[in-house]
Design a protein around this ligand. Sequence first.
Ligand code: MG
Length: 360
Amino acid sequence: MIMKTLLSKGDAKVNTFIDSMRASSPTRPENQDQTPTWIFYHPSALKMFDEIVYNSRGKQIVTFLDYDGTLSPIVSDPDKAFMTEKMRATLKDIAMHFPTAIVSGRSVDKVYNFVQLKELYYAGSHGMDIRGPTKSRSHKKMNEGVLFQAASQFLPMMNEVYKILVEKTKSVKGAMVETNKFCLSVHFRCVDEKNWAALAEKVRLVLNEYPKLRITQGRKVLEIKPSIKWDKGKALEFVLESLGYNNSNNVFPIYIGDDRTDEDAFKVLSSRSLGIGILVSQIPKETNASYTLQDPSEVGPIIFLNQARLVRMMITRSERCPIPYLGPMTYYYINKRIFLKTKCNIFIGLRQRTRQRLFI
Ligand SMILES: [Mg+2]
């Protein structure tokens, strides 16, 4: 919306865009006085874990995860946004229990090279290029290969604009243009803040010649995409549909993301009262997500996903092979650990060793 105004009204609106980009920067301490109210309306997903699990009872959880800033830290060189081995192992475990999709602004090939798990769905280029798992998983027979490319006719134009943008922005120190097949990213993260307006203006001038393309703003990035009605929210709906959960109440999607582009997916979930959206952010932001994870980029999601995996494992095990002395299971989340309450009101803390003894 901001960029649409920018393109139509020219230079005067560049400053508006720059202000918006500054406000979305996670390093700025402003708005700290709003934090308690914001946390009240968007509580920590970790603290509300019991409620989330309760609401998902009887439903198939489907996990959607953004990549940059969610599974990997935001780094100055986008080619080095590696995820940890621990995160990869957690994702692999999660995918054994829940259908899991990575939804990223990057191309499918790039994000796959970072994640390297064949069990997952990949929705690259902001959902405009969706591929299914190439390795079967335990819970369901999956589709394979390319599932959907919403903007294939735009590919020659995107290649052309990429070359022009590389040429036009090379005079701005630190500017980087990245091609993600169906969308282009102009990175501001290594550009001195005083040069942001000049770089935005160069991009605006190039895009003036391509009315079929639009610009959206992310965290220290401008993204150029085909003007079609397709976004991460549409990609989420497409994946659910391909899993057979179109208009189904038996599904509980969990979407975790940190960026403005993830808001389209949060909006779909909140408007359909379906599952939950979790925003990864340390600062208050306007969001359609219900919950937040405020830990540094990767710590929150990994703890949350690990817990989700554990609880599902417990439920699965108890359904298959009831554990009599536990009785009806009630679990409590205390200080980042899960405790089970037995029918004798004994609390069992599930440390790694205990978990293995009880359930594996
Ligand atoms: Mg992100």
